[in-house]
Design a protein around this ligand. Structure first.
Ligand SMILES: Nc1ncnc2c1ncn2[C@@H]1O[C@H](COP(=O)(O)OP(=O)(O)OP(=O)(O)O)[C@@H](O)[C@H]1O
Ligand SMILES: [Mg+2]
Length: 375
């Protein structure tokens, strides 16, 4: 071997080492790294990308990157690259933004996307780094929701205290007036007016009591409990109503569930709230389905899951985001205050759990409560 050959071999080995070094980095990173050419055709697709999008690399490489995007973004995407190539003004490139990705099974998820341009000698390549931010988004929403609840709770308790004073003064004076009216034999219609005032005043005081209960939420007293127990208790409370409204109750409760550290009274309250909403949406009859189950998530945490489903009207897409907001209601004045779900949300959060909803217009809705199983 002459010196030149030896030198060439050394360079080749060094190059191979460098290449496998970079490949190892690319394949072990938790972020998806995808490269595309200036036509949007995928050139490389690392292991994390396979995991996040649940496609194998060979299913994606050679295809347009659009296959990883849901409908409205697909058509925009060609625009991004060609506009950038034409104008040099980046919209995503070099900036990064939150977009929606699409997995092989069609499900969508929120992701952070950072695109950078790699000017190679003979061609132009774009690298996209993608991070699945589903969990991040959920935590963010939970934080916003509890901040909202806390702020409203404060406001509500302030107002309730202020309003309670005049309400009790009115109450006292009406009682006095009614006594006078009776002893002095005042006209009947005057008596009737006093009664109306008394009834309405009592209503105000009831609403205020409800609001105060919402803002105070009492003390939390958890004990090791089988979730089927508050489920039975809640079902008993609505039994008659269900029967009267022609609603069938179907329960599929898992036995030998691990006990959960929960406050049975509060879980019962949450379930009654959900049952009442279900009853309201099935005025013409229907089926109320409840189930309990033990499930393990992808991070190996165990959850006891309670599902409450109905065959009612379903929930409009545009209302889903507001559903757990205090005072969000679609019910007539006097029929709903919009507190049921926001209170339930707070109660479940107190247990370290979460509550979610899925719904289809005219088919029905299902609420899922996740309670953590702890040692
Ligand atoms: N199972 C359901 N089916 C359809 N819509 C629902 C269902 N559960 C809740 N909703 C919608 O969510 C809104 C808020 O529910 P929430 O229980 O917080 O308040 P509400 O029932 O209106 O009043 P409250 O519970 O204070 O009496 C309801 O007004 C309704 O529009
Ligand atoms: Mg309700």
């Amino acid at each position: 071997m002459n010196v030149q050959d030896e030198y060439r071999d050394q360079i080749l080995t060094a190059l191979e080492e460098a290449a496998s070094h970079y490949k190892a980095i690319l394949e072990t990173t938790v972020d998806a790294i995808i490269t595309i050419d200036n036509q949007g055709i995928v050139q490389t697709f690392n292991s994390a990308a396979e995991k996040i999008f649940s496609y194998r690399a060979e299913e994606v490489i050679g295809n347009n990157i659009k296959m990883l995007m849901p409908a409205p973004y697909r058509s925009e995407h060609d625009g991004y690259i060609s506009r950038y190539l034409k104008t040099g003004v980046p919209k995503i490139i070099g900036i990064g933004r939150q977009v929606t990705g699409r997995r092989k099974d069609g499900t969508e998820f929120p992701m952070d996307l950072a695109v950078s341009e790699v000017p190679l000698k003979d061609k132009q390549v774009f690298t996209g780094i993608v991070r699945d931010i589903t969990e991040h988004k959920r935590l963010e929403e939970q934080l916003v929701q509890s901040a909202k609840l806390a702020a409203v709770g404060k406001l509500v308790s302030g107002i309730a205290h202020e309003v309670n004073n005049p309400v009790s003064i009115i109450k006292m004076h009406i009682a006095g007036l009614m006594q006078d009216a009776e002893s002095q034999k005042l006209p009947k219609d005057l008596m009737e007016v006093l009664r109306v005032i008394q009834r309405q005043n009592n209503k105000v005081s009831q609403i205020m009591a409800g609001l105060l209960a919402f803002s105070r939420q009492g003390s939390f007293s958890p004990e090791w409990t089988d979730v089927n127990q508050p489920m039975h208790a809640a079902a008993r409370l609505v039994e008659n109503t269900l029967q009267n409204q022609g609603i069938v109750y179907q329960a599929e409760l898992a036995d030998s569930l691990p006990k959960v550290f929960l406050d049975p009274v509060r879980i019962e309250q949450v379930l009654v709230n959900l049952f009442n909403n279900a009853i309201d949406t099935m005025s013409g009859g229907g089926v109320l389905t409840v189930s309990t189950a033990l499930e393990t998530d992808e991070t190996h945490r165990d959850w006891v899951i309670i599902r409450v489903g109905d065959t009612g009207e379903g929930i409009d897409e545009e209302h889903i985001d507001q559903l757990f907001d205090p005072f969000f209601t679609t019910k007539e004045v006097g029929e709903g205050t919009g507190l049921g779900l926001s209170v339930s949300y707070g109660l479940i959060q107190e247990h370290g759990g979460r509550i979610e909803v899925s719904s289809q217009r005219d088919k029905g809705s299902e609420f899922q409560i996740y309670l953590p199983v702890t040692e």
